[in-house]
Ligand binder design. Structure first.
Ligand code: MG
Length: 376
């Protein structure tokens, strides 16, 4: 399969390797192997019960971190195939990109970051890397999943300079201001395509946003009208899905054409050239504007809807109270998470590991077990 890849794609036989050397597998490429390790990890199974936007128990049809990650992988793979990039690497990065998310979506991260400010802070990208590098317990020979450099580089989407200095080679690009592989750049935008479209779907399904409101967003309104012209009188879910399919296609096609042109222009000959070039995977300026308008709409009308705010408020209190209880009384922690002899920074990190690893409902139950005398 890899013979069909462009010279500037990530070729698994030319990868920068694993932290602990392993013999290559006879029937799977290095990145297929990474993808398989991610799918078999504990953190991956937990994604099923972690909030994307809506709390996990609010409805069975809303996206969770798991279905979100699968959609990112699907979109990413078809983009990668079109650009002759490594689909297996894209899939591995997509499936792992949210492994470090706390329960209850972004608010959990924000609270932990605040609680941890004296101890290096908390950031979900970094935590995803920590999960695959250290926290998974699957192998006799090492901690973590021992993934390829390129997969780890893709997982680490953002990183502060301070953290980059601590992380070493995988974060060197944040110091040098260079780019990651095209596969990493692409997965990042596949993530954006996925959430922009599925959050509209979930938002409409929940009733928190309406088609009438969305019609004020140019990009959506154009596609909605197109659907009405093709299928006069079409309403309900079918009309929504017809529009969202077109939305994903428009974004994906635009990304393929624009990136194809940029690659042609920069003419990288290898992944090393890619790393030295400006970002080559991108939308056209007009599409960037359209997508940003849509994002802004979702932010104002969905992510900051008062009903979502209430959920975030409750969730943030819960995460803060869990952190406080464990900090005041580390003996409440399961033994694996206690740091002996006591070291406040190391202990704070283990508390964050424990909380970040929780699913939504586990966090709710754990909060109840600690703060309530009644049985749940
Ligand atoms: Mg994501």
């Amino acid at each position: 399969m890899e013979e069909a890849l462009a010279p500037y794609a990530a070729h698994s036989d030319k990868g920068r390797g694993r932290r602990y050397a392993e013999t290559p597998h006879a029937s799977r490429s290095q990145f297929q192997r990474d993808r398989d390790r991610i799918i078999h990890s504990t953190a991956f199974r937990r994604l099923e019960y972690k909030t994307q936007v809506f709390l996990n128990h609010e409805g069975d049809l809303f996206r969770t971190r798991l279905t979100h990650s699968l959609e990112v992988a699907q979109i990413g793979r078809s983009l990668a195939r079109n650009l002759r990039l490594n689909e297996d690497l894209v899939e591995a990065i997509a499936l792992a990109h949210d492994l470090g998310h706390t329960p209850f979506g972004h608010v959990g991260q924000d609270v932990l970051n605040e609680c941890m400010k004296e101890h290096g802070g908390f950031e979900h990208n970094l935590q995803s890397l920590r999960v695959v590098d250290h926290l998974e317990e699957q192998y006799g020979a090492f901690d973590g999943l021992n993934l390829m450099f390129e997969t780890r580089e893709g997982i680490l989407k953002h990183c502060s300079l301070n953290n980059a200095r601590l992380l070493g080679d995988v974060a060197q690009r944040f110091i040098d201001r260079t780019q990651p592989s095209l596969e990493a750049q692409l997965t990042n935008l596949a993530d954006e395509i996925a959430y922009n479209s599925h959050d509209i779907d979930d938002g409409l399904r929940s009733g928190l946003i309406t088609i009438a409101q969305l019609e004020e967003v140019d990009f959506f309104a154009r596609l909605w009208r197109e659907v009405q012209e093709s299928f006069p009188g079409l309403t309900g879910r079918r009309a929504v899905y017809e529009t969202l399919r077109r939305l994903i296609t428009a974004l994906a096609d635009n990304l393929i054409v624009t990136s194809g042109e940029r690659i042609l222009e920069a003419a990288p000959k290898s992944i090393d050239d890619v790393r030295q070039s400006p970002p080559l995977i991108r939308f056209s300026d007009q599409m960037r504007k359209d997508a940003t308008e849509l994002k802004r709409f979702l932010y104002e009308n969905l992510y900051r809807h008062y009903k979502v705010n209430r959920m975030r408020h409750k969730a943030s209190r819960m995460v803060r109270e869990l952190y406080q209880a464990f900090t005041e009384e580390p003996s409440l922690l399961p033994p694996d998470y206690r740091v002996v002899p006591h070291d406040a920074t190391a202990q704070a990190r283990r508390i964050a590991d424990y909380i970040a690893g929780m699913t939504d409902r586990y966090a709710i139950r754990e909060h109840h077990r600690i703060y309530s005398l009644e049985e749940l």
